[in-house]
Design a protein around this ligand. Sequence first.
Ligand code: ADP
Ligand code: 5GP
Length: 193
Amino acid sequence: MRGSLIVVSGPSGAGKSTLIKASLEAVPELAYSVSATTRRPRPGEVDGRDYIFLSRKEFEHWIEDGRFLEWAEYSGNLYGTPEQKVEEFLNEGKSVILELELQGARQVQLKRPDAVMVFVRAPSLEETRRRLAGRATETEEALESRLATAVGEVAARDEFDHEVINEDRERASRDMIEKMESIVSGGRDAARP
Ligand code: ADP
Ligand code: 5GP
């Protein structure tokens, strides 16, 4: 049986990566789709594990070659999902998590209407700002750009099937894991609230 395609979206700093990591550790039927990006690696990020780091020219070639399921520009950089690996996972029966900003999430929703859409957010924009500042991976300018984008992203949360409010980390991890377990065991309809 083919796995499910799962889109996880939400503002930068909401805790998507944190909750996805917890889900991948807890649910063996899940796989993570490693995106390509033109953004510079952060300290500790590994090419091929966290992202496939490409130059803009390389990324544009990948677009021309039709290698992306979706791609978008976010905060001055390009991000995209290589389609082939996603298909391989799905055919192996794995459910695949795509971590996407809103434009990419919408593209996947249109192209793959059976994708399960999960929105992650912090309890407030102030808390999102605190987390981004605490993560200390962005310049002041990049942080402001991400927060400005976050306003529009939160406004789109009704477009999603599920919402996880990441207030307490443990609780939100449990909530996310339960949703993922329900999705891998029953597909989208079983996972609908
Ligand atoms: P995203 O992937 O959505 O950009 P991250 O998972 O990187 O967000 O989380 C942003 C920052 O907030 C990280 O430093 C992370 O450790 C921290 N964080 C995640 N969840 C919580 C939480 N529930 N409470 C406080 N800090 C959190
Ligand atoms: P970051 O630079 O913090 O790793 O990611 C910035 C934003 O890009 C996040 O919202 C993240 O979910 C999103 N993102 C990561 N990979 C992809 C991708 O392949 N496609 C799209 N559209 N967005 C992505």
